[in-house]
Design a protein around this ligand. Sequence first.
Ligand code: CU
Length: 282
Amino acid sequence: MRVFILSLILFFSFSALRSQVKYDTAYLNSGYLHIDHEDIPLALFTESSRFDTVDRVFHASPGETLHLTLYNLLDFDVEVGCDLITETVIVPAGGNRTLTITTQDPGGYGVYAQNDELKYYGLSTVLRVAKENQHNYVWNLRAFDKEANRRISEGNTPDFDAFTPLIFTLNTEAFHVNQMNMRGMVNGNVNDSIYITFAGSNIMHHAPHFHGYHVEIIHSNMENHMIGWSKDSFPLKRDEIITVLLVPHQPGTFPVHDHNLISSTTNGNYPGGIMGMLHIMP
Ligand SMILES: [Cu+2]
């Protein structure tokens, strides 16, 4: 009996230890974003070695250590880091390296190329630290100047002083009147706790505005004096990652758009660009 109890204790302590470590992988991958009959070159963290335009978002529970193995399919080396740690890894072209990230508090944190041009080019995503059974959404907002992307894809330096973005995306999709952004949808019920993490991922400042609801700003990866405030719009700085809590008080369908109004367009035409949608059932 004593041996049995002892092995039970051992078993549970080992599983507790194991649950604090998580392994994950992603690819550094290049391809094209197809928007408004044009192909815009970019590079993203992807789920598989086959390129697709879905940003790979990482998840960990608070306190968990994430061993993130990155495979670099690009033809140059990329140095990758994360907001939560000071170490970085240089992932060689064609090779792989593991970034070890120790997490603590819930929130959204950046995982990105250290080089600003590559970060702009798409190598910037989110590590969402949260309990597993929550309603978590991550919305990555980007502004693209096609000329800058073309120059980076050809190995040249873009001219960010002449930066003229015409393409704005939420999770690499631009809104279109005939086609809602399916990657910018929130589905929930009145009184649910819904967490949305906004990443101002590449180069522009944004100002998300919620119609129909106020949200509580609960976390930022930067110094932010608005933590705990209940607001319907808030500034999102370049490289900032803000997590908000939405507890809907009424049912309905409401948009979330950006008050940096140029980003509600695609190639200068309204409506387009960054547009999320909330579908709240009774
Ligand atoms: Cu508005």
